[in-house]
Design a binder for this molecule. Structure first.
Ligand SMILES: *Cc1c(COP(=O)(O)O)cnc(C)c1O
Length: 384
């Protein structure tokens, strides 16, 4: 077991994120099996959705590439000795970032004219002569309306990119807006627009030389698991690697995914309350019977959502009990009246094994992505 904590090491802390390397590899294998013909890019942006990017890269070392969102994330992985291709999935945002990305041998996404001109400008400078050729992903906007060239600009962008010295290989990508919905006409429309754009880029004219790019990637976790027609050359899996369901209305377990992070803490106090007594800030919850309330060392400063309402599920000593009262900075309170063996020190699971993070997220009115990314540095991480 290895650990990661911001506190001086070996100072005990009640709240711990236990990260299962076995579950990580299991989810990876499950997703690989769902798209067996495709190369696999493991998305480990945002510190691997809060799980630790360096540990993720080690646990998932059979991935063909890793995807990150920020230059610093890619540089951190390189500094830790990660040798696989690393894709900066939004590209770079300045000349300085571009130079650093090339220096650290990161692969680039190019999604707009600004980024394309920056590459062209760099190609005209002396520095360009020393740039090692990289994989460049040309990103197309097929309906997400966030990043990417319009399909009718794809041809022009591809032809300009492929003559640049630092573009060793050109690939084409897009990103789905609604792949989490089981019956999404949007996904079908995006796929159709993407295919048209690819035809534009690679007109099937005999004798015109090699295709500009025939390597493409579209599928996120949801598309990997429910739209096989999107798999193609590369898939990009994020959330499902961490054991959360990417599909609306489906549990992670029903998709064969296992929770990677179990966020655990302990009961630090217990009290009996008479009917009518309130609990916590704002006195938002009141006992309607004689109640036994456990105070747990976990709050929004650890990454719990303050939007969790009374009634949200918490596991105490392996059983589900309702949260009562407001989430505070360092504590929550739960109603353990119906359990008879809870004591100070009893183990509490906030999400993970026995309590899917998707359920906790739903109770907080959000998605597992947000809860996982929000775990703060105050929480100790244990990898086993
Ligand atoms: C984050 C991201 C993914 C992964 O999405 P999941 O829903 O977590 O699988 C894939 N592609 C791109 C471009 C992304 O930004």
């Amino acid at each position: 077991m290895t650990t990661r904590t911001s506190a001086p090491s070996r100072i005990p802390t009640p709240i711990v994120a236990r990260v299962s390397l076995a579950a990580w590899r299991h989810n990876f294998a499950t997703l690989k099996a769902a798209a067996p013909q495709s190369k696999f890019l493991a998305v480990i942006k945002a510190d691997a959705y809060g799980h630790g990017a360096v540990q993720a890269a080690r646990a998932l070392k059979e991935a063909d590439a890793f995807g990150v969102a920020r230059l610093g994330e890619g540089v951190e992985l390189r500094a830790a000795g990660v040798r696989q291709p690393i894709v900066l999935m939004e590209g770079t945002f300045s000349h300085e970032e571009l130079a650093l990305a090339l220096h650290h041998e990161l692969d680039l996404v190019v999604h707009d004219e600004t980024q394309l001109s920056m590459l062209e400008e760099r190609a005209r400078t002396a520095a360009a002569g020393t740039d090692p050729p990289r994989v460049v992903w040309l990103k197309l906007d097929t309906g997400m309306s966030r990043l990417g060239f319009a399909p009718d600009r794809a041809r022009n962008a591809a032809e300009r990119l492929r003559v640049l010295p630092m573009v060793g290989e050109l690939r084409v990508m897009t990103h789905f807006a609604c792949a989490d919905e089981p019956d999404s006409s949007m996904t079908r429309e995006q796929l159709a627009r993407f295919e048209l754009a690819i035809k534009e880029i690679n007109p099937p004219v005999i004798g015109r030389g090699t295709a500009v790019s025939s390597v493409v990637g579209l599928a996120n976790s949801a598309a990997i698991l429910q739209f096989p027609s999107t798999h193609r050359d590369w898939v990009r899996a994020g959330i499902a690697l961490y054991g959360s369901s990417p599909i609306l209305g489906r549990s992670a377990a029903s998709l064969g995914l296992k929770p990677v992070m179990t966020l655990c803490s302990r009961v630090i106090a217990l009290r009996e309350l008479q009917p009518g007594r309130s609990v916590g800030y704002g006195a938002s919850w009141r006992a309607t019977r004689r109640s036994r309330i456990a105070t747990v060392a976990a709050g929004y400063a650890d990454g719990l959502s303050r939007h969790l309402p009374s009634g949200a599920p918490v596991l105490v000593a392996g059983r589900r009990v309702p949260l009562v009262g407001r989430v505070s900075m360092d504590m929550i309170t739960v109603d353990v009246t119906d359990l008879d063996d809870v004591r100070v020190g009893s183990e509490v699971v906030l999400w993970g094994d026995g309590l899917p993070v998707d359920e906790v997220a739903a109770a907080a009115g959000t998605i597992a992505y947000e809860l996982l990314c929000a775990v703060t540095r105050r929480v100790a991480f244990e990898y086993f």
